[in-house]
Ligand binder design. Structure first.
Ligand SMILES: Nc1ncnc2c1ncn2[C@@H]1O[C@H](COP(=O)(O)OP(=O)(O)OP(=O)(O)O)[C@@H](O)[C@H]1O
Length: 377
């Protein structure tokens, strides 16, 4: 059994054997290896159709009826080794179902899925050695055991040798402050402590791929920061991270790529900055003025289409403009033509606005209802 992470695969190491992968899941692009690949991934749940109440339950016993619910609908994914990808969407969009199929917990209804050359649900044990999963709302620690014993059990399960195990514990202690938690039973841990211990448990065996499902849910800011910087470190070391979260700051701090799904379908797959640039066209430039102004009409007249707001103190000015019709340079010149400035800054568009637009269906509408994605890598 491997005791620590194998070297990253190089082109020549890639296993294209049809018997293992069924399709070229380890395709190479940009000199890197595709670690996660799904083609036409679909999951349909069968739900019992029964009327409420005892009568409905009895009728269902006699005459069983079911309806089908498509939770994940023909999703194509291609994630390279070492990428950090945010997988987001509204409640019930199909995020967890996708992650469960990628981690082998659920069997897809249709489509193909390969993770590190394996079909996850067919090679569960081998897959478990290569992936780590953290579900923020559920623990994988043994509830009544001290954290140390849970980790010992996982050490045995993964066949990690003692010296490597010790190194891992020291690392988790330095970045996650794990040491104090080792003697405590999982049931006595606070949510933040539990999350830190869960991260250690999921990452003990140095998985190549880590699925994080709401890893910062319910945590206070300082623990969130700790978790995020730990995940960033993992990514910088080459671990592939797929992050499912409703916390958009997690995304901004960890991921460069964002995949958005809605009602089981992929609606966007691309670079985080690009989606902001394309879909959040409004920018705001804020200025601190040398002298107070009585009004901003002259500045507004120089900037057609922009919204100009002057604070009541006359010293703070904000110009909100569409970056497709006006440039920051034009805005700056218009302001400088009327007044001296002491300081200025440009507000970056928040990812919140992008995702809100997607949820509201605007992003799809802007693209004629088509999936907006960068070429699959
Ligand atoms: N085991 C199941 N049986 C039946 N339906 C299910 C099952 N698991 C999920 N679903 C349904 O599939 C859809 C997608 O659920 P999923 O948990 O993947 O969404 P999600 O995007 O992770 O949502 P959330 O953000 O709320 O966790 C939902 O409508 C859900 O009710």
């Amino acid at each position: 059994m491997p005791t620590h992470r194998p070297e990253p695969r190089r082109r020549s190491d890639v296993d294209f054997s049809a018997s293992v992968v069924g399709l070229a899941s380890a395709k190479v692009h940009d000199g890197s290896v595709t670690l996660i690949q799904a083609i036409g991934l679909r999951k349909v749940f069968r739900k019992p159709d029964k009327a409420p109440g005892i009568r409905g339950s009895l009728r269902h016993l006699v005459q069983r009826r079911y309806s089908e619910h498509v939770a994940v609908d023909s999703i194509d994914l291609s994630i390279a080794e070492g990428e950090a990808v945010a997988y987001v969407g509204p409640n019930g969009a199909g995020k967890s179902t996708t992650v469960k199929m990628l981690s082998g917990i659920l069997v897809p209804t249709a489509g193909q899925v390969h993770v590190d050359g394996l079909v996850p649900h067919r090679a569960r044990v081998e897959n478990a050695r290569r992936v780590g999963v953290v579900f923020g709302q559920r623990t994988q620690l043994w509830w009544d055991l001290p954290v140390r014993e849970s980790l010992e059990l996982l050490r045995d399960m993964h066949g990690i040798d003692r010296s490597r195990y010790q190194e891992r514990l020291e690392r988790f202690d330095s970045v996650l402050g794990l040491g104090d938690l080792l003697p405590v039973t999982a049931r006595k841990l606070s949510l933040g402590q539990r999350m830190r211990a869960d991260l250690a448990a999921a990452l003990l065996h140095e998985p190549r791929v880590v699925y994080l499902d709401e890893p910062t849910i319910g945590l206070d800011i300082s623990v969130k920061d700790r978790v995020r910087s730990f995940v960033r470190q993992l990514v910088s070391e080459g671990t592939t991270v797929m992050l499912t979260t409703h916390d958009l700051s997690d995304i901004e701090e960890i991921c460069q790529r964002i995949i958005i799904i809605d009602e089981g379908r992929l609606v966007y797959d691309g670079n985080l900055q690009a989606v902001k640039d394309t879909h959040v066209r409004e920018r705001t430039m804020s200025f601190e003025l040398e002298d107070s102004l009585l009004g901003a009409d002259q500045i507004a007249a120089r900037l057609p289409g922009a919204r100009v707001h002057l604070e009541s103190n006359g010293r703070e000015l904000a110009v909100t403009f569409d970056r497709m019709t006006l440039g920051a340079r034009q805005v700056l010149s218009a302001v400088l033509a009327e007044v001296e400035i002491v300081d200025m800054h440009i507000d970056e568009p928040a990812i919140e606005s992008v995702v809100r637009k997607v949820y509201a269906g605007q992003l799809q509408a802007e693209h004629g209802g088509a999936t907006n994605s960068e070429p699959m890598r």
